[in-house]
Write a protein that binds this ligand. Sequence first.
Ligand code: ZN
Length: 172
Amino acid sequence: MPGLEDLYREIILDHYRSPRNRGELPSPPAIRVEGFNPLCGDEIVVYLDVADDVVQDIRIAGQGCSISQSSASMMSTAVKGKTIDEVRELSRAFKAMMSIHEQSLDGDDVGDGDEEAADDAALGPDLKLGDLEALRGVVKFPVRIKCATLSWNTLAQGIAEAADDLRDEPTD
Ligand code: ZN
């Protein structure tokens, strides 16, 4: 019987081989942000179309290792159609998943599991990490964590620009 790790590996490889939302959007009007992870040579370009406070469309370009590219693919499906607030929540949850394990790898006793319970509570009922859970295993390889979080950091930059743009729009 295949274990959870095999299932996770399958999900990651599936996103790597058949990346979702791959491509570009005309920019402008779309926001274009680039991210680079020098540790591994990963590049991610995120194209964002945000209107009415919602991620209407997202496209991913770039190249790199399977972790960085599959993470970007999963991220794109997770945030498409979500509000900016929901995207920020997802991003927090994903990074929490990564950093909690980062701490426990340092040998600190992270303790009694309260952190993980708090994590689940932080996500609204409609927000699920879904396939992104498959990246949990990455935390066993600390050098790859930057590969997994690259697309989220790049997205965060784009969301910040989108939020600025929305603020600049005349309100009547
Ligand atoms: Zn990488």
